[in-house]
Ligand binder design. Sequence first.
Ligand SMILES: *Cc1c(COP(=O)(O)O)cnc(C)c1O
Length: 378
Amino acid sequence: MKKKTQLIHGGIVGDKHTGAVTVPVYQVSTYKQDGVGNFAYEYSRTGNPTREALESLIADLEGGHAGFAFGSGMAAISAVMSLFKSGDHIILTDDVYGGTYRLMSKVLNRSNIEVTFVDTSNVEEVKNAIQENTVAIYVETPTNPLLKVTDLKEISAISKENELLFIVDNTFSTPYWQNPIELGADIILHSATKYLGGHSDVVAGLVVVNSQNLAEEVHFIQNSVGGILGPHDSWLLMRGIKTLGLRMEQTEKTTKKIVEFLLSRDDIETVYYPGIENHPGHHTHLKQATGFGGMISFDVGSGERAEKVLKETKFFTLAESLGAVESLISLPAKMTHASIPRKRRIELGITDGLIRASVGIEDADDLINDLKQALDHK
Ligand SMILES: *Cc1c(COP(=O)(O)O)cnc(C)c1O
């Protein structure tokens, strides 16, 4: 099956009891047993048919062994981090999602899980960070908001050589453009709140694993810790995923036009987009993904100017989050990345004037004119 067909026909399709062509919302907590211990489902934290349909769909889309759905991206990431124990060391991409940085540096540090943040786009830095107690490498590519690209095959080789677990947050590219398990990853994470849901109406997280062993471990944690996704949100997510291909194709077309517009202006310092040929990760991204996506960041020079621009846009809604049908715009320094200390933020290149845009599926000319009037506003 090609990706676009798999989005519709992957996973569990329809309902075997009624013939319904979509999987119904099994809004239920417990199930009647035919004699003690004789059941298909026992309790909805442990298993629910609607959630299971979503979980098998994401496993198919990522080419993995099994999928798991959680109440948010952070719940999914926390569940995967529960695989580790006190004294373990994990290497992470230095400009990971702000919430992931906060989880590692302010919550998991309490359990003595040691972390090192490195520029994973530089293989040497990753190799040098490996210690005796290193157990995993955790990568985001492209990153948020600078869209730095890490070579997944190279990191996979290093992980295998050192018997480390290789974890990839694939939120930005989605399984439509990039399949990290095929490139050697062991675990894939998604904030399904973003492109997979796609309509700014559901918060969810997904995990995909590449082996039966990991599937058993993650299911044990999902059931023990309990951060599951409910049946209605699971259903909403499946509904969103059906149009993922159409949305990704459309957003990329429009994004390329917006990038051209931004590059043509001399009052913008830098435009970050992996589709630009001189973007440092352009060639690596082309090797491992089939599209560049709909995220752009650009530096307008100062925080003061950035805030003015954000106040003036009409079709780009000032909001956190990304990957929706509506275009969203934000100021990472004061929003998504505010929990990173300023000094470290500037070191990473997340300047005060850096604007991040998530391009939706509105008309491209309307979006360009919207940015133009906002940038020209005095
Ligand atoms: C949003 C996001 C998360 C966190 O997901 P939530 O659904 O908000 O909990 C994790 N990783 C990336 C890359 C994200 O963009």
